[in-house]
Design a protein around this ligand. Structure first.
Ligand code: SME
Length: 163
């Protein structure tokens, strides 16, 4: 059993402790699916107000559903399509306060109101994206984006070679 000491006093503390927990969870494990699965579980448990947390993998230039927590979701997303496909195509994080105002947003779960998608890039290679959805409008801010980009940078090194 894993036990984590996650402080939730501020977002800075929360993401600092999540990075430490993610580091410990993935440090000795070379299997990318296992590491994405535990990362999704960690974020799902400790980030408040989410209705979906997980990964899409870059499989031959298409995003394919990876490990996640939440409702069953769209399986394949083309680069450039929706929030995830936009993050994959631009290789830039997408912080969307209101998904209904995002052209082409793909509604996997009608409850989603805001979304944060962070591309996973390592050594110039796009491995996939981290996708977080919330039922609350404007759930994510710049601190969440920075925190998740730090988590993704750490995780990316643990996904190399077998995503
Ligand atoms: N809303 C995403 C699709 C993935 S689900 O939210 C899990 C999008 O527009 O890319």
């Amino acid at each position: 059993m894993y036990q984590f000491d996650i402080a939730a006093g501020s977002k800075a503390e929360l993401y600092r402790d999540l990075a430490s927990a993610l580091d410990g969870l993935t440090a000795d494990e070379p299997d990318a699916i296992a590491n994405m699965a535990n990362a999704a579980a960690l974020l799902w448990e400790y980030l408040p107000d989410l209705n979906w947390a997980g990964f899409y993998r870059n499989v031959g230039g298409e995003l394919v559903l990876g490990p996640f927590q939440g409702k069953a979701a769209c399986i394949r997303i083309a680069f450039g399509s929706g929030v995830c496909g936009t993050a994959a195509a631009t290789r830039e994080s997408q912080l969307v306060e209101d998904v209904h105002a995002f052209p082409g947003h793909i509604a996997c779960d009608a409850a989603s109101a805001s979304e944060l998608v962070v591309p996973i890039v390592v050594n110039g290679e796009l491995l996939g994206v981290l996708d977080l959805d919330s039922p609350n409008v404007a759930r994510f801010d710049a601190e969440d984006q920075a925190g998740c980009e730090t988590l993704v940078a750490l995780l990316a090194l643990r996904l190399l070679g077998n995503c």
